[in-house]
Design a protein around this ligand. Structure first.
Ligand SMILES: NC(=O)c1ccc[n+]([C@@H]2O[C@H](COP(=O)([O-])OP(=O)(O)OC[C@H]3O[C@@H](n4cnc5c(N)ncnc54)[C@H](O)[C@@H]3O)[C@@H](O)[C@H]2O)c1
Length: 301
């Protein structure tokens, strides 16, 4: 694969996303420094990185750096992100492009106190960032067009599929859709319409497998928009439209049912079942992405 021209990057936040972001860049020959205030997290990240020579680890940003790109990937909290962005601005050259990996906090909110917001934008990667191709590129109202262009060029060199939003909306595109789907899933569980296993089976082996090949709009074109409209007319009045998280979700979280990491969410998990799933998922994801890319190529030719 084509290597990215020699570049330097800093990733702040070495958690789930920061670690896979550093892996992605190191694999493409980018020299990366991964920064995290939590030394335990840094050590875990270093151990999971393997023997990659191109990643350095630090517990704080040092002044006077000239990275081409800095990615902020700390905790999803606007105050924490603003503070980290201020530290980044104080440490790196004015020419460095600064990106946030927020899952959906409006870019202008994070940039509210920036000295140079024109060099700042959202680049929302997906977990694991070294494997999943899409990146939502979200300019703020001050972001310079040339900064968006440079960021997209770099993302493509890293093997990603940057997709630019025209307007920044909370949750961007992916999380709005993910949450719309989950709102309905939780409503169906609350109404007792279906059990969790059956719901997962229906979605995964119908909409799920098709969406690995076609985006939702492309898929609807194939299905027929008139049919879609007919269904929408009778169905929408019955769909969940509440503006607060489901009581079921609130209850589970209050009970400590946080999902695989806590041993129980919708399902029961052990450390082994979780580790086995995670190990298999990386490999399977790569195969699915290969099939989807091949399918798109064949369709285009
Ligand atoms: N996990 C996902 O699936 C996912 C996917 C896409 C985007 N994101 C976004 O990526 C960002 C990081 O998410 P994550 O899942 O990796 O979280 P995480 O909790 O695994 O990691 C966040 C890290 O930030 C570090 N941190 C906090 N304050 C810091 C500071 N002042 N300086 C340096 N490091 C600091 C923490 O020690 C922690 O290790 C969030 O904005 C999240 O919304 C997450």
């Amino acid at each position: 694969m084509m290597q990215v021209e020699a570049l330097n990057a800093v990733v702040v936040g070495a958690g789930t996303m920061g670690t896979t972001l550093a892996k992605l860049m190191a694999a493409q020959g980018v020299s990366v420094i991964l920064v995290d205030t939590n030394r335990h997290v840094l050590e875990t990240s270093r151990l999971s990185m393997g023997e990659s020579a191109a990643v350095g680890f630090a517990s704080e940003l040092t002044a006077g750096q000239h990275p081409d790109f800095v990615i902020e990937s700390v905790t999803e909290d606007v105050a924490v992100k603003q503070q980290v962005i201020a530290q980044i601005e104080a440490s790196v050259a004015d020419s460095s492009i600064i990106m946030t990996n927020t899952s959906g906090i409006p870019i202008d909110e994070i940039a509210a106190n920036m000295r140079l917001p024109q060099r700042f934008l959202g680049t929302h990667f997906f977990n694991p960032a070294d494997i999943v191709p899409a990146v939502e590129v979200v300019p703020g109202s001050h972001t310079q067009a040339s900064v968006v262009e440079t960021a997209c060029r770099w993302l493509k060199q890293l093997g990603k599929r940057p997709a630019i939003l025209n307007t920044c909306v909370p949750g961007f595109v992916a999380n709005r859709i993910q949450h719309a789907v989950m709102r309905e899933c939780l409503a169906l569980l609350e109404r007792g319409v279906v059990e969790p296993e059956a719901l997962d089976d229906i979605v995964q082996y119908s909409i799920g497998v098709r969406m690995a090949l076609n985006g939702p709009l492309y898929q609807r074109d194939l299905n027929g928009l008139d049919t879609h409209l007919n269904i929408a007319r009778y169905l929408y009045p019955d769909l969940d439209a509440r503006d607060k998280p489901a009581a079921l979700l609130e209850d589970y979280v209050a009970q400590g049912r946080l999902g695989a990491k806590a041993g129980r969410g919708f399902y029961r998990w052990s450390d082994e079942s979780r580790a086995q799933h995670q190990a298999q998922e990386r490999e399977s994801l790569q195969r699915i992405i290969k099939i989807a890319t091949q399918h798109a190529k064949e369709n285009a030719s």
